[in-house]
Design a protein. Structure first.
Length: 118
């Protein structure tokens, strides 16, 4: 497992942007597939975006496609989620996840709150 620490959440108006960061500590970051998930109040945790460990292929939920961009900087052991054109329905706690294979995550961050006001 790898320790993950998110940052960058906050309050933003609809239409605004935020960039989330997730720093990995403890293992070889480039060996990890990384993802972002979110959980809104009263709802189950849902997939947002993912980036593979080897080819850096990216995947997105339909609800964020075209607005969010996931990227990674292996030299900084960090994965990012650039969020543009934010909507009130994007309000949630956002979690970073990492794992040894695509779509298999064994490490989770503590979460960072994103609130989008209308």
């Amino acid at each position: 497992q790898v320790q993950l620490v998110e940052s960058g959440g906050g309050l933003v108006q609809a239409g605004g942007s935020l960039r989330l960061s997730c720093a990995a500590i403890g293992r070889t970051f480039s060996n990890y597939a990384m993802g972002w998930f979110r959980q809104a109040p009263g709802k189950e945790r849902e997939f947002v975006a993912a980036i593979s460990r080897s080819t850096s292929s990216t995947y997105y939920a339909d609800s964020v496609k075209g607005r969010f961009t996931i990227s990674r900087d292996n030299a900084k052991n960090t994965v990012y989620l650039q969020m543009n054109s934010l909507k009130p329905e994007d309000t949630a706690v956002y979690y970073c996840a990492g794992g040894p294979l695509d779509n298999i995550y064994d490490s989770w961050g503590q979460g960072t709150q994103v609130t989008v006001s209308s």
